[in-house]
Design a protein. Structure first.
Ligand code: FPP
Length: 242
């Protein structure tokens, strides 16, 4: 990417809905799961580029709480792929000083996947580089419900005063309370919807959609999304500066 006065602003937090794996495979006469396998390669490419560009946090929607509705063999394949990815990426994550995190409900994830997650979160805990956050068994409404339930429990125990609950208090009960809201949300695969992703966090996020399916998503397209983002005026409900 260019440097100098006209260099694009790099979004601090990029979130991605990685869609189109199944269609990518079908188009080629392949089984859907081949699309996920190829999608894992794109995850590697894009993570590396985000690190290089100086992105502070990358959040990837890897498995939604609704993805359990898929055929059992596809779910099993995705879980095995995740386990393989988590084990296989350890070296790259450590070399690039990435801090690994996940968001989502832990219940339902296979023990082996949970073990790999815990291990990677722990070894990378003090890494000073980009945060890579995988949304696994994640749903935006579930996250809000889980936060509300925990606040209610704390209110019952007298730890929080219900009258004093505001957005900042609420934010502390989300899955990753330290995370800033995404600046840019990229969706591949052409559909223009948010699919229950980061509902609380995307209120002022810039959206960027491409028809390109996730396995074909490139570093050049990522740069194009960043250039578009950079040219937008973000007002957060206010008015433009004079
Ligand atoms: C959507 O494609 C994608 C998913 C449900 C899973 C995303 C998973 C990966 C990119 C690979 C594994 C992830 C990691 C982190 C290793 P889809 O199957 O819904 O595509 P379609 O809309 O064409 O059917």
């Amino acid at each position: 990417m260019t440097t100098g006065p006209e260099a694009p602003k790099i979004p601090a937090h990029i979130a991605v809905i990685m869609d189109g794996n199944g269609r990518w495979a079908k188009e080629k006469g392949l089984h859907r799961v081949r699309g996920h396998e190829e999608g894992a390669e794109t995850v590697r490419r894009i993570t590396r580029e985000c690190t290089r560009l100086g992105v502070k946090r990358l959040t990837l929607y890897a498995f939604s709480s609704d993805n359990w509705k898929r055929p059992a063999h596809e779910v099993e394949f995705l879980m095995a792929l995740l386990q393989r990815y988590l084990a296989g990426e350890r070296r790259e994550i450590m070399e690039n000083r990435i801090r690994f995190r996940t968001i989502g409900r832990r219940t339902g994830l296979p023990d082996e996947v949970r073990r790999e997650i815990d291990d990677l979160v722990e070894v990378s805990r003090t890494n000073p580089g980009m945060v890579l956050s995988l949304a696994l068994n994640y749903g935006g409404r579930e996250e809000i419900v889980d936060a509300a339930r925990r606040i209610a429990e704390d209110a019952r125990r007298g730890i929080v005063d219900p009258a004093a609950i505001d957005e900042v208090t609420f934010g502390k009960y989300l899955y990753d309370p330290g995370a800033e809201d995404p600046d840019l949300l990229i969706r591949t695969g052409g559909d223009v919807r948010v699919s229950n992703f980061l509902l609380w966090q995307i209120s002022y996020t810039e959206l960027w959609v491409t028809p390109v399916k996730w396995p074909d998503f490139t570093v050049e397209l990522l740069r194009e999304a960043i250039r578009d983002f950079s040219a937008r005026e973000r007002r957060f409900g206010g008015i433009a500066d004079e």
